[in-house]
Design a protein around this ligand. Structure first.
Ligand SMILES: Nc1ncnc2c1ncn2[C@@H]1O[C@H](COP(=O)(O)OP(=O)(O)OP(=O)(O)O)[C@@H](O)[C@H]1O
Ligand SMILES: [Mg+2]
Length: 339
């Protein structure tokens, strides 16, 4: 066999040809060369020895379309002809039903015919598909969460404003005192709504955590707790910590979940939010005086505590929860200072 110009590369010796072949085979899963009559002159499908289901040595010298009778009429045949007739490189992806596999195929014209390289991309493609699906699912969940937040927060306040404004207008001439009380409720609802919107903006625009800071974001959450839930909230946050934006996001989300849990489960009257900057680590503490619970218990189908642990662990930090039924709850999140 004339060992020249395989796959567009000029190869002057059998040794060079073997070296080049070894290289091609190391990054592809299959390699076939065809002459101008479509006869197989070289074939290595070792990584996919079942590509043909036939022993490869018996295939040398046979016509491609006899060996793979399923190929004629497919995109594979069209692309082989395109490369051979127009002397151009082609590459495409094709699904091969006998393997239930997807291949990336690259075809290069050579002086002897064409060289075809196959790479099995089934796993890569299905991983990419799964990642896309997970991203779409995450976006949907986040939208649903924000819709719930809007419904439970701003929507309720606007509704309260409408009700109180109507009551105020009706009482304006006959019951001026009631009208004034209604107006005061309008002002209260409007203030709560503003606090809710400010807090929501931090969630919708994460860069605000960078520009305005973690301390401001936590303060806004505290305002919402006071305004919407009538909780006494003690805040002791100190200076804006000098940590990465990832750490700020993690701490904000952890605090937010701990505070959500307080409003959903704790029946507390007091909440303390503390940020302590130590030399080696940063401590964020969220404490309530509510009904407490057993943090060791399994909570199937509930993800808040689990995601707090995961967020802290992703930055080499930890979450510890001290709680006992009837005794309130303290969630402490520690992140190493290097972040
Ligand atoms: N501060 C708290 N006070 C009392 N019970 C709490 C408190 N925080 C958590 N819990 C209990 O721990 C359970 C698990 O909390 P977790 O945040 O994982 O789930 P969830 O809040 O019920 O649901 P979600 O997945 O929406 O967060 C809660 O269902 C609740 O019983
Ligand atoms: Mg929760």
């Amino acid at each position: 066999m004339q060992l020249q110009d395989k796959g567009g590369i000029s190869l002057s010796s059998a040794e060079e040809w073997q070296q080049a072949t070894a290289i091609f085979e190391s990054f592809t899963d299959g390699f076939i060369t065809l002459d101008h009559e479509w006869c197989i002159t070289y074939l290595n499908l070792q990584k996919h020895s079942n590509v043909s289901g036939k022993a490869t040595e018996h295939l040398l010298g046979r016509r491609m379309w006899d060996v793979f009778p399923e190929a004629p009429g497919t995109i594979f045949e069209q692309q082989c002809r395109e490369a051979a007739e127009k002397r151009v490189n082609v590459s495409f992806e094709v699904y091969y039903p006998p393997h239930t596999a997807r291949y990336e195929v690259r075809i290069y014209p050579s002086s002897e015919g064409i060289s075809i390289y196959f790479t099995d991309i089934t796993v890569r493609k299905s991983n990419a598909y799964l990642v896309k699906q997970a991203q779409a699912q995450a976006i949907l969940q986040e939208r649903q969460r924000l819709a719930r937040e809007l419904h439970d927060s701003v929507y309720q306040e606007l509704y309260g404003i409408c009700l109180s404004a109507n009551a105020g207008r009706e009482a304006l001439e006959t019951e001026p005192a009631q009208s004034i009380a209604a107006l005061e409720r309008v002002i209260l609802h409007a203030n709560v709504g503003l606090a809710e919107i400010r807090a929501l903006l931090f969630e919708l625009r994460p860069e605000l955590l960078e520009t305005e800071g973690l301390v401001a974001a936590l303060n806004k959450r505290a305002e919402v707790l006071r305004a919407r839930y009538n909780l006494a909230v003690d805040v002791n946050l100190g200076e804006e910590p000098d940590i990465s934006i990832e750490s700020k996001h993690a701490l904000f989300r952890i605090a937010q979940e701990a505070l959500h849990n307080i409003t959903k489960h704790a029946h507390a009257s007091n909440v303390t939010l503390r940020l302590l900057q130590e030399k080696q680590e940063l401590l964020l503490e969220v404490r309530d005086n509510g009904k407490g619970f057993d943090p060791a218990g399994p909570f199937p189908g509930h993800f808040g505590l689990q995601s707090m642990h995961e967020r802290a662990a992703s930055l080499d930090g930890t979450i510890s929860i001290e709680s006992a039924p009837g005794n309130g709850t303290t969630v402490s999140s520690r992140l190493p200072r290097i972040f």
